[in-house]
Design a protein around this ligand. Structure first.
Ligand SMILES: NC(=O)c1ccc[n+]([C@@H]2O[C@H](COP(=O)([O-])OP(=O)(O)OC[C@H]3O[C@@H](n4cnc5c(N)ncnc54)[C@H](OP(=O)(O)O)[C@@H]3O)[C@@H](O)[C@H]2O)c1
Length: 370
C-alpha cells in the first residue's frame, strides 16, 4: 500500500556499504520513499549512515526484519545483507506480499534458488536482482551492438571480473567465509557471468572450470577460469579473481562473424564496419564513436563512454535499476532482471564451482528444470 503521499514505501535490510547506495537511489526516485531500515544494532545502523554520508530523515530503524514484513508502509524490501541471508529474507518478503530488490548472489545453491523462484511465483510480486552493470552505458552498447546484428553471429564471448578485495572491504568478515561468501563467482564474478549471458544473448549449455587460491584469508579459491559451450555452438570464457596486482577490471569481448568488440575497441576485416552508419544507428547519447587505430596501427572504432571501471558501489548504476523496479511495480509488469532471469546466471556459477571442485569435469545446464 503506497505511503500517505502516494509513494511506494521501501524497507532496506542490511545497512552497509551496498545498502547506502540503495538508499540514495530510492530517495532520488520521486515515486519512492525509504520508510524503514533494518540492521542488527540501531547504533551501528546510525553509524553506518554517517560513515556513508547518507541521511534518511523520517525512516524508522528496527533490529527486527519482521517489522519490514509487517509494515503497511513497506511496498518494496531491498535486501543487501550478507549472502547467506538472501534466500530466507527474499522468501519471507515474497510471502508477505512485498516486491523485492535482491542483491546478488540470489541463492547459494539450487535448493535456495528453487525456494526463491517458488515463493516469488506464488506471491506474484515484482523482483529485480542487482546485476546493475547491465545499466552501465558500455554494457548497454555492447548488448545493443550484438542484438542489432552489427557483430554478426557470435562465435566467442569473454568477460572478466578482476578485483583485488582484501580486509579493506567492509564485508570482509562474512564475505571471505564459505558459509556466506561461498565462492568467488557467487560473491563477485557472477557479474561477469551475467554480462556474458546478457551481452552475448546466448545461454551456456556446458561448463568446465578450474580454480586456484593465492590470496590469504579466504575460505574459498580466489581465482576461477570458466569455459562454456554456448547455445548454437559458440564458446564462452569467464575469468573471476581477486588475486591479481592490477586495478579493478571488468571486461567484455564479443567476437562475431562480422565484427569483434574488445572492450572499447571495435574491429573488423574488409571494411565491414562503417563508422558513419554505426554512429547514426547508435541509440545511446552517452556513447560516442571515433575512428582510431590499435597498438599496431590497424584501424579500429574507439568507443568513448563511462566504462565499468570501479569496484566502488557509488560508481555502480543502481539508480537505473531502482527506477526500473519502481516503474515495474507501479505498472504491474516484469522487470528485465527478475529472480527468474538471474537464476540462470546463478546456475552457471554453481555449475562452474561444481566443475572446478571435480577438477574441470564438464557440468551441463540448466541445473534446475522447470
Ligand atoms: N551489486 C553490487 O554491485 C554489489 C556491490 C557490493 C555488495 N553487494 C552485495 O550486497 C550485500 C551486502 O554487501 P556489503 O558490501 O554492503 O556488505 P556490508 O558492508 O558488510 O553490509 C552488510 C550489512 O548487513 C548487516 N548484517 C545483517 N546480518 C549480518 C550478519 N549475520 N553478518 C554480517 N552483517 C550482517 C550488517 O549490518 P549490522 O551489523 O548493523 O546488522 C552489514 O552492515 C552482499 O550480498 C553483496 O554481495 C552487491
Amino acid at each position: 500500500m503506497p505511503t500517505a503521499d502516494g509513494k511506494l514505501g521501501v524497507g532496506i535490510a542490511g545497512i552497509g556499504w551496498c545498502a547506502s547506495q540503495h538508499i540514495v537511489a530510492f530517495q532520488r526516485n520521486p515515486q519512492a520513499d525509504v520508510t524503514w531500515l533494518f540492521g542488527r544494532d540501531a547504533g551501528r545502523t546510525r553509524a553506518n549512515l554517517d560513515r556513508y554520508a547518507v541521511s534518511v530523515s523520517g525512516a524508522r530503524i528496527t533490529t527486527r526484519y519482521e517489522d519490514l514484513l509487517n509494515a503497511p508502509d513497506v511496498d518494496i524490501i531491498a535486501i543487501a545483507t550478507p549472502n547467506h541471508l538472501h534466500a530466507g529474507q527474499a522468501v519471507a518478503a515474497a510471502a508477505a506480499g512485498k516486491h523485492i530488490l535482491l542483491e546478488k548472489p540470489t541463492g547459494l545453491d539450487e535448493e535456495e534458488l528453487i525456494r526463491i523462484r517458488d515463493a516469488v511465483t506464488r506471491a506474484g510480486v515484482r523482483t529485480i536482482v542487482s546485476f546493475e552493470l547491465r545499466y552501465n552505458p558500455f554494457l548497454k552498447f555492447a548488448h545493443w551492438l550484438r542484438a542489432s546484428g552489427q557483430l554478426g553471429a557470435i562465435r566467442f564471448a569473454r568477460t572478466q571480473y578482476l578485483s583485488r578485495v582484501t580486509d579493506w572491504y567492509s564485508g570482509w568478515d562474512w564475505c571471505r567465509t564459505k558459509e556466506s561468501g561461498r565462492s568467488h563467482l557467487l560473491a563477485a564474478g557472477c557479474h561477469a557471468v551475467d554480462a556474458l549471458r546478457w551481452c552475448s544473448g546466448l545461454e551456456p549449455v556446458d561448463v568446465s572450470a578450474m580454480h586456484t587460491r593465492f590470496t590469504e584469508g579466504y575460505e574459498w579459491p580466489t581465482s576461477i577460469v570458466v569455459n562454456t559451450k554456448l547455445e548454437g555452438g559458440a564458446l564462452g570464457h569467464v575469468t573471476s579473481s581477486t588475486d591479481f596486482m592490477m586495478p579493478y577490471t571488468f571486461s567484455v569481448e564479443l567476437m562475431g562473424d562480422r565484427a569483434t568488440l574488445r572492450q572499447n575497441e571495435l574491429q573488423s576485416l574488409d571494411g565491414a564496419l562503417d563508422l558513419a552508419a554505426l554512429a547514426a544507428a547508435n541509440p545511446f547519447s552517452e556513447v560516442t564513436l571515433e575512428e582510431s587505430v590499435d597498438v599496431l596501427g590497424r584501424p579500429t572504432i574507439a568507443i568513448h563512454t563511462d566504462m565499468p571501471g570501479s569496484a566502488d558501489v557509488s560508481h555502480h548504476p543502481f539508480q537505473a535499476e531502482i527506477d526500473e523496479l519502481v516503474a515495474c511495480v507501479l505498472d504491474d509488469r516484469e522487470t528485465s532482471i527478475s529472480v527468474f532471469d538471474a537464476q540462470k546466471t546463478m546456475e552457471v556459477c554453481l555449475a562452474a564451482d561444481r566443475s572446478a571442485d571435480r577438477g574441470g569435469a564438464p557440468v551441463s545446464l540448466p541445473l534446475i528444470r522447470d
